[in-house]
Design a protein around this ligand. Structure first.
Ligand SMILES: *[C@@H]1O[C@H](CO)[C@@H](O)[C@H](O)[C@H]1NC(C)=O
Ligand SMILES: *[C@@H]1O[C@H](CO)[C@@H](O)[C@H](O)[C@H]1NC(C)=O
Ligand SMILES: *[C@@H]1O[C@H](CO)[C@@H](O)[C@H](O)[C@H]1NC(C)=O
Ligand SMILES: *[C@@H]1O[C@H](CO)[C@@H](O)[C@H](O)[C@H]1NC(C)=O
Ligand SMILES: *[C@@H]1O[C@H](CO)[C@@H](O)[C@H](O)[C@H]1NC(C)=O
Ligand SMILES: *[C@@H]1O[C@H](CO)[C@@H](O)[C@H](O)[C@H]1NC(C)=O
Ligand SMILES: *[C@@H]1O[C@H](CO)[C@@H](O)[C@H](O)[C@H]1NC(C)=O
Ligand SMILES: *[C@@H]1O[C@H](CO)[C@@H](O)[C@H](O)[C@H]1NC(C)=O
Length: 625
């Protein structure tokens, strides 16, 4: 057992070491503690006598593991640790009363720049989440038969939805179009009675949107108020549905929206006007997204502001947690389906000509909407990057998405999300953002700090470590005027000299190590350690090629990695003689008897020849037997 643990520890260590070597290089270019801790994976050692023989200050910055190996104790290492603190984490709760479906509710994170930090968010769909449903109906003349049916609808909607939750409220609003040409006739008689003359009695004057009944639990009230309503009419086929959705969304108080699951059911048998169409009626002011209901609940600025755009609607719906159900006739289903694609948390269903199937449609659409959980963030600062991994109750797992998403979430299912947060830069102050399930009125507040500063407690003026002529902080000396060097041990020679320019004199290239890592920088001059030589201690006399196990074959000197061979020798390791006497017979004989080449004073014979001087011919009889 012990042996197994040892193996695991060793294995882990190897994995870590791989990491260390990667980060080490980056760490060792950081010359101050703050620069160091702003680099992922790096830590700073403040220990006074940590640097050996004039190692540069940047050697204080390294991976924590490497610092520990180099004997910087844990208390002397500045390595701010990322943390996740849970501020609020109320238990899940289902109704009645305050419902809790999202955990946790508040977190505080401290991040290191570039180091991702993860936390868990869990959503549990509860039974009985209260519902506010606002029924928005097209009152153009063709909806006359629908209105007859809808009058009886209140009770059915309530009883069906009460199967899902105990608390349901229902409201009612109607819309026709902007009171201006060409949307409605502005002939005086038509304004008062927009329906055709042949229609019988019941027709109400022009209007854009009317909040007929704010949300109520009373089905009887719904029936009474809707029964009093009369149909209206307009000229052009598309209606002001967008104006109606906008008003129903932003007029929070007038509609009476509660902190519950909010739904608008939009019924129409025709298309919709959108931003830009106002120009036809001379309406140029863009929609202001504000509530304009008068004391009668009538939108009285319809002819002043243009219709809202799809994006504008989508944004206010999302900001107000409102889900949208389009219940439209088959003919216009494709139009609304395309629209629904642009509005998250909306669905489309086919309404029968007389709206008789609307209750079934609402309950199906409600189930569809509620079974999709989209988790996303809002108001996050741009230097923060968030990604989501989802673990859904239907077995679907996704990694590294822009938002969390689970489908087919049933009541009492719990779905889990891992949110990974990473900051690419230091945040100037504490930042806050929220993470919330779309269309659900619960949020997770996240505050974020970045750990970008060193809290070194070693500050000491005229420190003896700084030769009495500098201030110590984070293990570094900042020298008084006229002094410089790592420990303020050097005197300023010329104006403009600084500790850094002195040190630069000891670097072969801008970014390389001081004295190539093989010596110390003594006020601008390298003092090499061991056998290293050269101006920057960059030469290692033992690094030259070997021949016969001797540096430069024992026939030359090693000069900064290159063999300088004596007189009659050549080659990278002086392994070759430049003489040819061994290739000749006698004094002046031909080289290798003309049957080979002389290389390093030895014959290399052409094929068929052998012998010291290639003077012998291989016997053909022997060869061919
Ligand atoms: C760390 O300290 C130990 C004991 O004091 C010593 O043997 C070792 O050489 C030191 N290591 C380094 C890298 O200084
Ligand atoms: C409520 O649910 C029960 C059982 O699931 C079902 O029998 C009943 O018809 C439902 N009532 C309505 C109004 O949908
Ligand atoms: C008009 O109303 C009367 C009685 O209310 C009814 O008899 C007649 O059929 C209606 N006409 C139309 C065209 O609806
Ligand atoms: C119908 O239009 C006229 C003229 O724009 C306006 O004065 C009147 O208030 C409108 N009626 C309603 C109910 O909005
Ligand atoms: C609900 O979802 C089912 C399956 O995805 C789909 O067939 C149906 O049309 C949807 N109904 C509504 C009203 O969105
Ligand atoms: C979510 O996490 C909880 C507790 O850790 C677990 O019981 C549940 O099965 C998880 N759900 C999914 C869909 O993974
Ligand atoms: C500080 O520098 C002055 C010269 O500028 C020198 O006389 C003095 O000895 C230095 N202090 C210490 C403690 O070395
Ligand atoms: C060294 O760095 C300085 C300033 O960063 C730059 O101007 C100079 O070109 C660099 N020299 C070399 C040899 O890289």
């Amino acid at each position: 057992m012990k042996g197994m643990w040892l193996m695991i520890v060793l294995l882990l260590h190897c994995v870590e070491l791989k990491g260390i070597l990667g980060a080490q290089g980056i760490c060792q270019l950081k010359t101050s503690c703050t620069e160091c801790v702003r680099t992922p994976g790096c830590a700073w050692c403040v220990k006074k006598d940590f640097l050996k023989g004039g190692e540069p200050n940047e050697r204080r910055c390294d991976t924590p593991e490497a610092l520990s190996i180099r004997n910087c104790s844990l208390e002397e290492v500045i390595n701010p640790q990322p943390t996740t603190e849970t501020i609020w984490d109320k238990e899940f709760r289902s109704g009645p009363g305050a419902v809790v479906q999202l955990r946790p509710q508040s977190l505080h994170l401290k991040l290191r720049v570039g180091v991702p930090q993860s936390f868990e968010v869990t959503f549990k769909r509860t039974e009985g989440y209260p519902i506010d449903l606002y029924y928005l109906m097209d009152f153009s003349y063709s909806m006359k038969d629908d209105l007859q049916n809808v009058k009886k609808l209140g009770r059915q909607i309530l009883s069906t939805l009460r199967n899902v939750t105990s608390t349901v409220r229902i409201g009612f609003g109607s819309f026709v179009d902007k009171v201006a040409m060409p949307y409605v006739s502005t002939v005086k008689a038509k304004l008062a009675y927009p329906c055709s003359a042949s229609s019988n009695g019941s027709c109400q004057p022009n209007f854009t949107f009317k909040n007929v009944l704010p949300l109520t639990e009373d089905a009887g009230e719904f029936e009474r108020r809707v029964s009093q309503e009369k149909i209206s009419a307009n000229l052009d086929p598309p209606e002001s549905g967008f104006d109606a959705i906008m008003q129903a969304t932003v007029c929070q108080k007038e509609i009476g929206w509660g902190q519950v699951s909010r739904i608008i059911v939009y019924t129409s048998d025709n298309s919709f006007h959108m931003a830009g169409d106002g120009k036809l009626g001379g309406i140029y002011q863009p929609n202001d997204g504000k509530c304009h209901l008068n004391s009668e609940g009538v939108h009285d600025k319809g002819a002043i502001y243009d219709y809202p755009s799809v994006a504008h609607l989508s944004e206010v719906l999302s900001a107000n947690n409102i889900k949208l159900i389009f219940a439209v006739t088959e003919e216009f289903f494709p139009n609304y389906e395309a629209l629904s694609e642009l509005i998250p948390q909306s669905v489309v269903g086919v309404l029968k000509g007389d709206s008789s199937n609307v209750v079934q449609l609402i309950s199906e659409a409600y189930e569809n909407l509620s079974s999709i959980i989209l988790l996303q963030h809002m108001q996050a600062p741009s230097s923060l990057e968030l990604s989501y991994s989802s673990s859904c109750s239907d077995g679907v797992h996704t990694l590294g998405q822009k938002r969390g998403e689970c489908n087919n979430v049933r009541i009492n299912d719990q779905v889990n999300f891992t949110v990974t947060l990473s900051s690419s830069a230091c945040l100037p102050k504490k930042e806050m953002f929220i993470i919330k399930p779309r269309g659900i009125n619960e949020v997770l507040h996240v505050t974020v700090d970045t750990l970008c500063d060193c809290d070194c407690q070693d500050r000491e003026e005229q420190s003896s470590y700084c030769s009495g002529n500098g201030t110590l902080s984070c293990g570094l000396c900042s020298c008084d005027e006229g002094h410089m060097g790592q420990q303020c041990e050097c005197h300023q020679q010329q104006d403009g000299d600084t500790t850094l320019t002195l040190e630069a004199l000891c670097r072969q290239m801008n970014s390389s190590l001081v004295c190539s890592g093989h010596g110390s920088c003594d006020c601008g001059r390298c003092v090499c350690r061991g056998h290293y030589t050269g101006h920057f201690c960059h030469c290692d006399p033992t690094s030259c090629s070997r021949h016969g196990n001797m540096i430069c074959g024992g026939r030359g000197v090693c000069n900064c990695g290159m063999c300088e061979c004596y007189g009659d020798f050549s080659g990278p390791a002086c392994e070759c003689s430049t003489l040819v006497d061994q290739c000749q017979t006698g004094d002046r004989g031909p080289l290798c008897t003309h049957h080979g080449r002389c290389k390093c004073n030895q014959c290399q014979c052409d094929s068929g020849f052998f012998g010291e001087h290639c003077g012998k011919l291989e016997a053909p009889c022997q060869k061919y037997q």
